[in-house]
Design a protein around this ligand. Sequence first.
Ligand code: SAM
Length: 229
Amino acid sequence: MPDMDELIVTSDGSMSIRSRRFGETYHSHHGAITESMLVFIENGLKAVPAGLSECFIFEMGFGTGFNTLLSCLYKDNLKIVYETVEKYPLDSAMWESFARSQWPEKTPERFLFEEIHRAPWNQMIQLSEGFSICKQKADLLEISLPASHYHLVFFDAFSMDAQPELWNEKVFSQLFTSMRPGGILVTYSSRGEVKRNLRAAGFMLERLAGPPGKRHMLRATKPFIKETI
Ligand SMILES: C[S@@+](CC[C@H](N)C(=O)[O-])C[C@H]1O[C@@H](n2cnc3c(N)ncnc32)[C@H](O)[C@@H]1O
């Protein structure tokens, strides 16, 4: 059917989905897990200050739940409260088939992935020791976020070409306000316009080496004092 999403296998062997609605894949076709691990775990989760006892994470775009799963698997001793928003949740047939293709055997990762997808929407629950999650079924543009709350933001929208309404200064300013001073936002994009809009919102930027197929990615930090010039 022309409006159905389809499962794809990416270059590192991990699964992703091609969205018919947006005409893009949920992850890089050069490797879904490789991309999520570098952008969100190594340059995000592993970059939060050592000694933090509890980390509040906000993810833009829950999608397949890969970033959630990897955060839960690689959190070490960090306690995580994970909030994520998703406007177009995958239906159960899609995420179940995704899980079977990614993990043909019933591995602990598959079990956790399924638990994450079965978790109720719009409710904070404790998924495992030290990992609580609230998946909000909503449009990022219509929710309000708490002020000075998040230590870490995963900005994982489809590209600026597909979703120009999500990569602008207004959205980044809302995220900036929702973050604690010193908090970081990571995203796979390093486009000039994205950098300008993040800077205009008040962030300090670092351009880091990107995952396969992308030269760079961005890490944006909320300074302790907002630059006014
Ligand atoms: C690039 S995909 C990434 C998904 C996810 N992080 C993953 O690892 O699979 C972007 C996600 O954002 C969701 N999305 C798009 N527009 C949105 C909006 N306005 N509010 C909330 N979610 C949105 C899409 O449905 C999709 O699941």
